[in-house]
Ligand binder design. Structure first.
Ligand code: URA
Length: 475
C-alpha cells in the first residue's frame, strides 16, 4: 500500500506531483491511500518523477475539485487519472458515475468561488505606508482562497489587503501575494462604505418581489452576517407586507373591458357644448367635450370638479386616476381615501369644498400584466397638457371664487402658481397669485408611494396640518 500524506497547505501542488509519479509508475488506485492527517499513516517514498500528460479538461476539473472539502476528492481524482491512461474519452461521458461525481464537486467549488468574489467586503485599516490597507473576513464552504486570491490581486492591485477565513488566508502586500493558515474570526472595524451599501440595498429592495427562496439561494443566509447591507433584511422583511399592501392600493387597477364602451356611449350621448360659458354648469358641460389636447383620446371621460359651487376652499389635485376616470368623479380611488382621512382629521367636509384636478383627463400608459391582462399605468401630465387644461381650472376658480385654493403636489402647484419649483420647500405656506391665495401641500399619492414608513407618516401628518391651516384660513 502506498500512503501519500498531503500537507495542510499546498496540498494541490503536492497531490499533482504525487499523482503524476504514481500514475506514471502504474500504481493502481486501490493501492494508494491519500490523507491530510500526518501521523495516522507512515508516508512511503514516492516513485521517481516521470513525464505524464493528461487532457486539459482533466487538469481544469482537478484544479476545481482539489478545493472541495470532500476528503475523498484525492482518491477520486486519482481513479479518474488512472482510467484516462486507459481511455482518454472517459471524460466525454458525463453519465459515467465517477465523472458525474467529480463534476458535482467542481460545480460546488465554482459556485462557492462566485459567492466569494461577490460577497467579500473589505474594511479599511489604518495605513502603515503609502498604500491603503484593507481586510476582509469570509467563511466559504470550501478551500477556495488560493484559487481566488489571484482574482482579488488583479482587481485590487493598488492596495494592500488580507482575506481571512477559518482555513486559509491570503495577503497581498506591496504587490506580493502570499497564502497562509486560517484564523479565528477577527474583530474588524466598521467601514464608511458600509452605510453606502446599506442605503443602496434598502433602495433596491422591492417588497413586492420578496422571494425568500431565491434570495437565500443567490445570497445564502450564512453570508448575511458578514455583509453590511443584509443587516437591514429582517427589518425590511418585517415591513414588506405593509409596503406591498400600500403599493397595491396605489397601483393602477386592471382596466375593465367596459372602459371603451363607457367612453363611446358617453361621447355619443354628449349634449352639444354651450355656446357661452357664463356659469359653472356651462363650464362643466363644455369641459365634457374638451379636445383641447390629446388626452381625451384615450381617457374614458372628462372628470370635472365636484362639491359646493360656493365653496370657500377649493382643493386641486393632479389629474384623475384609474378609478376616477371610470367613475367620472375626482378623488374616489386610493389617493381619495388618503385625502378623505386627512380632511376628516382637519374637520373638513368633502361636500363643503370644491374638489378638482389641474388636468381633467386621465393620462396613462397601457401595460401588460404578468397574467396577460392590461392595466393602465399613471403618467404625469407634461407642462403643455397642464397649461392647456388651465383654461378649465381658471374657469372653476372664476365661478367658485374660493377664499383659498389648496394645491396638492407639484402639478397643481405649477398649474396654480406658474412656478416650476417642487413643493418640498413650499408646502405649508400661502402664495399670492392673480386668482387669489394658494396654499400647497403633499399629494396623497406621494404619501402612498413613499417607501419609508416614517417619511410617509410625516407627510400624512403634514397634509393634515396643511388642511387644518386651510380650514382656519377660510373659516
Ligand atoms: N389623484 C389626483 O390628483 N386626483 C384624483 O382625482 C385622483 C388621484
Amino acid at each position: 500500500m502506498q500512503v501519500v500524506v498531503l500537507p495542510d497547505h499546498g496540498w494541490r501542488e503536492a497531490w499533482r506531483d504525487a499523482a503524476r509519479r504514481l500514475a506514471a509508475a502504474g500504481i493502481p488506485p486501490e493501492q494508494v491511500t491519500w490523507t491530510t492527517a500526518p501521523g495516522l499513516f507512515a508516508a512511503a517514498p514516492l516513485p521517481p518523477e516521470r513525464p505524464l500528460s493528461a487532457p486539459r479538461a482533466f487538469v481544469d476539473l482537478a484544479d476545481a475539485v482539489l478545493c472541495h472539502r470532500d476528503p475523498e476528492r484525492f482518491a477520486l481524482l486519482y481513479q479518474l487519472l488512472c482510467r484516462l491512461r486507459q481511455d482518454r474519452r472517459v471524460l466525454d461521458n458525463p453519465a459515467d458515475p465517477l465523472v458525474a461525481r467529480l463534476h458535482g464537486l467542481a460545480k460546488a467549488v465554482r459556485r462557492d468561488s462566485h459567492k466569494m468574489r461577490a460577497f467579500v467586503r473589505f474594511r479599511e485599516l489604518p495605513a502603515a505606508g503609502a498604500r491603503r490597507r484593507f481586510a476582509a473576513w469570509f467563511e466559504p464552504d470550501h478551500l477556495i482562497v488560493a484559487r481566488n486570491a489571484p482574482f482579488f490581486a488583479r482587481r485590487f492591485a493598488d492596495m494592500d489587503w488580507t482575506i481571512l477565513t477559518p482555513d486559509e488566508r491570503a495577503d497581498f502586500i506591496g504587490g506580493e501575494l502570499s497564502l497562509g493558515a486560517g484564523v479565528p474570526r477577527p474583530d474588524l472595524p466598521d467601514d464608511a462604505s458600509e452605510a453606502l451599501w446599506a442605503t443602496y440595498f434598502t433602495n433596491i429592495f422591492n417588497p413586492a418581489r420578496v422571494k425568500l427562496g431565491a434570495m437565500r439561494s443567490e445570497m445564502p443566509v450564512k453570508y448575511w452576517r458578514n455583509l453590511p447591507e443584509t443587516r437591514q433584511i429582517p427589518a425590511m422583511l418585517a415591513d414588506s407586507e405593509r409596503r406591498v399592501a400600500q403599493m397595491r392600493s396605489a397601483a393602477a387597477t386592471v382596466a375593465p373591458g367596459r372602459a371603451a364602451q363607457i367612453s363611446e356611449r358617453y361621447r355619443a350621448a354628449m349634449p352639444k357644448p354651450p355656446e357661452k360659458i357664463d356659469t359653472l354648469d356651462a363650464a362643466a358641460a363644455a369641459a365634457r367635450t374638451c379636445t383641447r389636447c390629446d388626452l381625451y383620446c384615450h381617457a374614458t371621460q372628462t372628470v370635472w370638479g365636484e362639491g359646493a359651487p360656493d365653496a370657500r376652499l377649493m382643493i386641486v389635485g393632479e389629474q384623475p386616476g384609474d378609478q376616477e376616470d371610470l367613475q367620472g368623479r375626482p378623488f374616489v380611488g386610493p389617493a381619495g381615501d388618503v385625502l378623505a382621512e386627512a380632511m376628516g382629521k382637519a374637520g373638513l367636509d368633502r361636500d363643503a369644498v370644491w374638489l378638482t384636478n389641474a388636468v381633467k383627463h386621465f393620462k396613462f400608459k397601457p401595460q401588460m400584466t404578468a397574467r396577460g391582462g392590461k392595466r393602465r399605468l399613471h403618467q404625469n401630465p407634461d407642462r403643455q397638457e397642464i397649461d392647456i387644461c388651465k383654461w378649465w381650472l381658471d374657469l372653476e376658480q372664476r365661478f367658485i371664487q374660493p377664499k383659498l385654493t389648496l394645491g396638492l403636489g407639484g402639478t397643481a402647484a405649477y398649474a396654480l402658481t406658474g412656478r416650476k419649483e417642487g413643493i418640498t420647500r413650499r408646502r405649508g405656506k400661502v402664495e399670492d397669485t392673480a386668482a387669489g391665495p394658494v396654499l400647497l401641500s403633499w399629494h396623497p399619492s406621494y404619501i402612498l408611494r413613499v417607501p419609508d414608513r416614517a417619511a410617509a407618516d410625516r407627510a400624512r401628518a403634514q397634509l393634515v396640518e396643511d388642511l387644518t391651516l386651510a380650514a382656519e384660513l377660510v373659516a
